[in-house]
Design a protein around this ligand. Structure first.
Ligand SMILES: [Zn+2]
Length: 103
C-alpha cells in the first residue's frame, strides 16, 4: 500500500505526485515539513537515539532520491504553500544602507 512520502499516512485518493527535482528545489529553498520532525522523533525515541538531526537525514534523502514523491493532501497543501511563497518573490530584498556604506 502506498504511503505519503513525508508523513507516512495513507495518501488516499487526493494524493499528489511531485517530481524529485521539485522536492529538491523546495528543500533547498527552505521547505521543512513539520511531519518529518514528528515522524523522525517517534522513530528516534523508539530506537533510543534522542537528539539525532532530523533535517540532515531528511535532506540527504531528498537530495539522493530520484523517484517521484507521493504526498497526502495535508502534506501537498503544505508543500504547495511553500512553493507559492517562493514563487511570490525571492527572499526579502537586501536592506541596502542599513549596514552598508554611509554617504
Ligand atoms: Zn503526508
Amino acid at each position: 500500500m502506498p504511503a505519503c512520502d513525508i508523513c507516512n499516512a495513507s495518501p488516499g485518493p487526493d494524493a499528489k505526485r511531485y517530481p524529485a527535482k521539485q522536492l529538491r528545489a523546495a528543500a533547498d529553498g527552505g521547505y521543512r515539513p513539520r511531519a518529518v520532525v514528528d515522524g523522525f522523533q517517534a522513530v528516534a525515541a523508539r530506537l533510543g537515539v534522542g537528539d539525532a538531526d532530523p533535517w540532515g537525514t531528511w535532506l540527504d534523502i531528498v537530495r539522493r532520491d530520484r523517484s517521484d514523491w507521493l504526498l497526502c493532501r495535508p502534506c501537498a497543501a503544505d508543500l504547495d504553500n511553500h512553493l507559492r511563497k517562493v514563487a511570490a518573490g525571492p527572499l526579502p530584498p537586501r536592506r541596502r544602507g542599513l549596514f552598508g556604506r554611509r554617504p
